[in-house]
Design a protein around this ligand. Structure first.
Ligand code: 9MJ
Length: 697
């Protein structure tokens, strides 16, 4: 924090200096937060400084300069937006969708520039992200923001200056002592995904219409006639272009232009590079594609621009798009299609999920025919009906979902969804508890084969019993053909029964049997998780295993005892109690144990309670007698944690035969290395303090 940002006592008459220092401090914090993405003070501190400046300016109005952070709050509504003519038109971009398009783009450019180049020279390109927002032009005169306009049709846009002033990522004054006489900065206004989610939550709470996506939310916020509303929405900005420039030399390249913008305090996205040739362009495309979902904002592709501005000029324009640039689009994540029907699916806990059956549509790189509608309330809230045209979204590996319907396209015979009263699979009544969003089939796994299948699929899944080769479809067949009912039946399967199934050769049947055999040796935490107790996820299962150390104690635990476990609240505790109150579930556990499913129980090997509390272990290589799971289970039972990678925070690395890079890293960082014997001793006795530590504490 900066010394001048505190409310120091100020001598009367020094108000000017105090206001200037508050303005500078607030600008700096804004810049750190919105441009550098590196907050310098807590929000509450910022607010304190802001209110101090506001109070000062109210008392002495002559202190309120036009670039003061207080002038971002937004004023009285405009009757309409004024039209603004762009001195230099705002361009659009040509699009490419495939590797071939990119290769052709690079070739076109090489052909035009061929005069001055040898045929081997690769073109230098500036690469950046293609933001999915609104293009804006900002006008700075002598460093001061004086105007902002939307792109409009490229020649004429709308004057949105009052709204743009509320965007804290946009400097009201450029940094540096020698700003250009005139600078028109072009870039994109957008909304971050988390700010979009918060905005929609607020809209929901206020009973107002939600926005379909961050782009619409950004557009809706920027095109508000009342800038006080814009001020309440967190908008961001990234620069990527230039219009008029007077009173400063034009940089020689696009990358140099962006570097200059950085020095002027303008927000420039860090995800950019200079690359060479089509190969460099495609590598950038794939790099960005891989991190797309993790970015805090939405992008719909990447943009390539010939880096050298003299070459850009030589290339010129085709219609209104520059020949020197290409937008390489990702497959669209949203598409329009028609809801042909709404059916319900029954999950492993009986949860009833309405699912939209869609006319097939290509979105997010695959053909989608179903999309989740989550639950009954969600269908009502979004008012999705059968026959509607809807926006379907598939982002990354996320399950496709219906975002919204298109009101103009609703047919007269559109049919609202009705929640069935009986389970479509087993006919048991569907019930919905008053305070729950989810309706459930009341049949349980005994009556409802959908729940049985779901439960078994969960039991076999990788993070539960990890039965390799026992996939969802195989389980469906086994249940449908009444070969199995419970998880215990899985361990009674024989080669003949399995080989008789569709698409099951004897070899794969044997593989499944081997996997079943292997799965019998497990950990208590995995076993608890595999049971599929409602509200008991992986983390809770681990805590239960760590706390109780053995299965019988978990099954016998009272609500009070369960509440002592980290992670367990009343809802989880009651769910566990009611699970084991059902004799069938207790019998299932006993049958599984009788079938040979086993684990190392904390109590059985007498591990002292918390000898390893606070210590993190990394396991690597093959230990002489313990499997890695056994070792992990013992460490966790003794209160330690097991991690997958070595860092400075790692307490010990347990190394067996053929340990690899983790061992090397541990040696490099000077982390204690244990063999199996040393690990067992440590678990029994706890860490022995070294003499220095003893003194230090
Ligand atoms: C977007 N939308 O992110 C341009 N754009 O350049 C980037 N748009 C552009 N550049 C010239 N990164 C015209 C439009």
């Amino acid at each position: 924090m900066h010394a001048d940002s505190h409310s120091a006592p100020v001598a009367p008459g020094d108000w000017h200096a105090r206001a200037a220092s508050l303005r500078a401090a607030l600008d700096r914090h804004n810049y750190a937060y919105y441009v550098l993405d590196d907050p310098s003070i807590p929000d509450a501190e910022y607010d304190k400084l802001f209110h101090e400046l506001q109070a000062l300016e109210q008392e002495y109005p002559e202190l309120a300069t036009s670039d003061s952070p207080t002038q971002r709050v937004g004023g009285a509504p405009l009757p309409q937006f004024e039209q603004v003519r762009h001195a230099i038109p705002m361009l659009s971009l040509g699009n490419g969708f495939s590797d071939e398009d990119v290769v052709a783009f690079d070739k076109r450019i090489k052909d035009v520039l061929s005069d001055g180049l040898s045929s081997e020279t690769e073109i230098a390109y500036a690469t950046e992200l293609k933001f999915d927002g609104l293009a804006i032009s900002l006008r700075y005169e002598n460093g001061l923001l004086v105007g902002a306009a939307t792109r409009g049709d490229g020649a004429t846009g709308e004057n949105v200056t009052a709204n743009i002033r509320t965007v804290r990522a946009i400097p009201l004054r450029l940094h540096g002592d020698d700003p250009p006489h005139i600078l028109e900065v072009r870039g994109e206004v957008l909304m971050y995904k988390n700010d979009f989610a918060k905005l929609n939550q607020r809209q929901r709470d206020a009973g107002q219409k939600e926005f379909a996506n961050p782009r619409n939310a950004a557009a809706g916020s920027l095109r508000q006639l009342d800038s006080r509303i814009t001020a309440q929405r967190t908008l961001r900005f990234f620069t990527y272009g230039i219009g008029v420039l007077e009173g400063a030399p034009m940089p020689a390249s696009h990358s140099a232009l962006l570097d200059w913008y950085v020095s002027l305090g303008l927000p420039v996205c860090k995800e950019r590079a200079v690359v060479y040739g089509a190969e460099g362009l495609l590598a950038f495309y794939h790099d960005v594609g891989a991190k797309r979902e993790k970015l805090p904002y939405e992008i719909d592709g990447v943009v390539y621009k010939v880096d050298r501005l003299d070459q850009q000029q030589q290339l010129g324009f085709v219609s209104r798009a520059p020949r020197f640039a290409l937008a390489h689009k990702f497959p669209a994540q949203e598409a329009l299609t028609v809801v042909q029907d709404i059916e319900v699916q029954v999950g492993r806990t009986g949860a009833i999920t309405p699912v939209a059956r869609l006319a097939p549509v290509f979105v997010g790189g695959v053909t989608v025919t179903n999309a989740t509608l989550h639950n009954e309330d969600e269908v009502r809230r979004k008012d999705i009906q059968i026959g509607d045209t809807v926006i379907v979204r598939r982002a990354g590996d996320v399950i496709p979902e219906v975002v919204a319907y298109v009101p103009e396209s609703r047919p007269a015979d559109a049919k609202p969804f009705e929640m069935p009263t009986a389970c479509p699979v087993c006919g048991s009544p569907i019930v919905r508890l008053e305070d729950e969003a989810i309706a459930r089939c009341s049949g349980g796994w005994v009556k409802c084969s959908a729940q049985r299948k779901g439960g078994l699929q969960h039991f076999a899944s990788r993070r539960a019993m990890d039965i390799e080769g026992l996939g969802d479809q195989l389980i469906e067949q086994l249940v449908d053909k009444h070969v199995i009912t419970t998880a215990a039946d899985l361990y009674r399967l024989g080669l003949t029964a399995l080989s008789e199934l569709d698409r099951m050769a004897e070899k794969s049947a044997q593989n499944v049997l081997d996997a079943l055999e292997k799965s019998k040796s497990t950990t208590l935490a995995r076993f608890i998780y595999a049971l599929g107790i409602r509200h008991v996820g992986e983390a809770t299962a681990k805590e239960l295993a760590r706390h109780f150390g053995n299965m019988d104690a978990v099954m016998a635990a009272t609500e009070e005892q369960l509440l002592e476990v980290a992670d367990v609240g009343p809802v989880v505790a009651r769910s566990i109690i009611s699970f084991f109150a059902d004799g069938l579930n207790v019998e299932l556990v006993n049958q599984l144990r009788a079938a040979g499913v086993h684990w190392i129980e904390g109590a059985g090997i007498d591990i002292p309670a918390k000898t390893l509390a606070g210590k993190t272990f990394v396991l690597t290589g093959t230990l002489p007698t313990l499997t890695r799971d056994d070792a992990a289970q013992m460490i966790e039972a003794a209160g330690g944690k097991v991690s997958g990678s070595v860092s400075k925070k790692t307490g010990y690395v347990v190394a067996g035969a053929e340990a690899g890079s983790k061992l090397a890293k541990a040696e490099e960082l000077g982390i204690a290395i244990l063999d199996e014997e040393a690990l067992l001793a440590l678990i029994q006795n706890g860490p022995q303090e070294s003499p220095e530590q003893a003194v230090a504490e």
